[in-house]
Ligand binder design. Structure first.
Ligand SMILES: CC(C)(COP(=O)(O)OP(=O)(O)OC[C@H]1O[C@@H](n2cnc3c(N)ncnc32)[C@H](O)[C@@H]1OP(=O)(O)O)[C@@H](O)C(=O)NCCC(=O)NCCS
Length: 171
């Protein structure tokens, strides 16, 4: 039987799994403009810098981290302090098994507890898996940035997505 999925806050000791999973997505070139591979030390430093304010959630199955979702600052302007940018990545062999959804749902809870009122990100129009996952999680497609940046010399558009949380949901 497949072990159940659980979610929890990331620990420093998860840095290696987070880096490995992120690097799969970077190498595939379908998820991000970034091409520099992550290192364990780099992830450890990012987790330290973010502290408790910008949570990283991991999905665990059978003791292994199989997905992660994290937020980072949207803007240094104080008026936007409740907006965060998010990322979500699932281990290649675990995709389509609910791990990304579980990490995102854990991230929503963690962000609401910290008073965030909006999550936003940019998604390549070709990234059907991400757009489907985010659509099912209640993200709205705000619009499209044309030719937002290049990956390996090729322009890509980006669909901007957003989801309201907590206080912003109240009528
Ligand atoms: C996008 C990504 C995070 C999705 O994570 P995942 O763990 O595979 O997704 P889940 O198994 O939790 O699926 C969640 C929902 O999305 C749908 N979905 C997932 N992958 C899909 C695909 N390739 N095509 C269509 N729908 C898909 C599932 O049907 C599921 O629906 P349900 O909850 O109603 O059953 C994963 O494909 C990934 O890591 N891709 C590479 C990195 C990336 O693109 N990150 C996002 C950057 S914006």
């Amino acid at each position: 039987m497949t072990p159940p999925l659980t979610v929890r806050q990331a620990l420093q000791t998860d840095a290696s799994a987070i880096a490995r999973i992120h690097n799969q997505g970077i190498e595939e070139r379908g998820a991000t403009f970034e091409t520099a591979l992550r290192t364990v030390e780099g992830i450890e430093a990012v987790l330290r810098e973010k502290g408790d304010r910008y949570p990283t959630i991991v999905t665990v199955r059978g003791g292994d981290v199989v997905a992660w979702a994290a937020v980072s600052p949207y803007s240094s302007r104080e008026c936007y302090a409740g907006i965060a940018e998010f990322s979500v990545y699932t281990e290649r062999s675990a995709r389509g098994t609910g791990a990304g959804r579980a990490a995102m749902e854990g991230l929503f809870r963690a962000c609401e507890e910290r008073g965030f009122w909006k999550l936003t990100s940019r998604v390549f129009p070709e990234n059907r898996a991400s757009l489907t996952l985010l659509g099912k999680l209640g993200f709205r497609q705000v619009g499209t940035h044309r030719r937002h940046a290049k990956v390996d010399g090729v322009w890509h558009d980006c669909i901007i997505v957003e989801k309201l949380l907590g206080e912003a949901l109240e009528a």
